[in-house]
Design a protein around this ligand. Structure first.
Ligand code: 13P
Length: 288
């Protein structure tokens, strides 16, 4: 199917009470595993590229592989750019064929975050690309085994309302107690704050830092209006663990194909569990 943007999948999730996982990928095995799982459970999926991974992976190669995979898939796929730090990043994302981009101005003062996000929306709209902004500060760095302790700054509901209105973003990443990477201490999610944010804006609400939250938290987050949940660390660690086991098991030297054996299946299993926990199974049918 042709790629779609967030506005093609998130309204249905909001109406029916489920969340669409957004998986950051950086290898062919991750792309294949995520698409295999999404097709198996018949769920829409968001496949994301993280700007910070462009130091290690060629964004043109990986985006082309995702576009090709999505084209062959029988489910709606969004190609998203995660955490663009600047408008140049947003423009690159659009050139890469992303149908959705995130501009992360969360480190800037409120007014500057509004200004850069509004500009990103202006640029993206011309290409029918959806935009996610971030307000508040989600700690840690995706993929890190030592994540942040807690967000440095929670999202303020009044600011969320003003931010969404003044920027026109489609989706808003909220800081309510999750961090990227693994948790150093058990997360204390701010469910009441999430309810207030939900009441204050109509933007689709996004949760970053989905790895290693308990299933019961996911249910409460989805009930309170989260429709997009970002995952990277779990897929990253499971890929690495599988490769480590392959290397350990081998008696002599093994080649690259042998060391990658089973990684796609490992990713597909991990992704399938997220679709199930996020109540996404069978949802692509109502979108086709
Ligand atoms: P995790 O690091 O918890 O998987 O979160 C990924 C993320 O939020 C990417 O934006």
């Amino acid at each position: 199917m042709p790629l779609v943007n967030l506005t093609a999948v998130l309204p249905n999730a909001q109406r029916l009470g489920y969340a669409v996982p957004s998986f950051n990928v950086c290898t062919l095995e991750m792309i294949a595993g995520v698409l295999q799982a999404a097709e198996m459970v018949r769920s829409p999926v968001i496949i994301a590229l993280a700007e910070r991974h462009f130091r290690q992976i060629n964004p043109w190669h990986i985006s082309a592989a995702i576009r090709e995979g999505a084209h062959r898939a029988k489910i709606p796929v969004v190609l998203h750019l995660d955490h663009a730090a600047s408008l140049e990043g947003v423009k690159l994302g659009i050139e890469l064929g992303c149908t959705s981009v995130m501009i992360d101005g969360s480190r800037l003062p409120f007014g500057e975050n509004v200004a850069v996000t509004r500009k990103a929306v202006e640029i993206a709209r011309a290409h029918e690309v959806s935009v996610e902004g971030e307000l508040g500060s989600i700690g840690g760095s995706e993929g890190e085994v030592q994540g942040g302790k807690e967000p440095k700054l929670y999202t303020n509901p009044d600011e969320a309302a003003q931010f969404a209105l003044e920027t026109g973003v489609d989706a808003l990443a909220v800081a309510i107690g999750t961090v990227h990477g693994l948790y150093r201490t058990a997360p204390q999610l701010q469910f009441e704050l999430l309810e207030q944010i939900r009441r204050s804006t109509e933007a689709f609400l996004v949760l970053h830092g989905g790895t290693s939250l308990p299933d019961s938290d996911f249910a409460r987050l989805i009930e309170r209006g989260i429709t997009k949940i970002n995952i990277f660390t779990e897929l990253s660690l499971r890929s690495a663990e599988r490769i480590r086991k392959n290397l350990e098991r081998s008696e002599g030297a093994i080649g690259i194909t042998e060391s990658l054996e089973g990684v796609t299946m490992e990713i597909a299993e991990a992704a399938r569990r997220f679709f199930q926990v996020f109540r996404g199974v069978g949802r692509s049918e109502s979108l086709l």
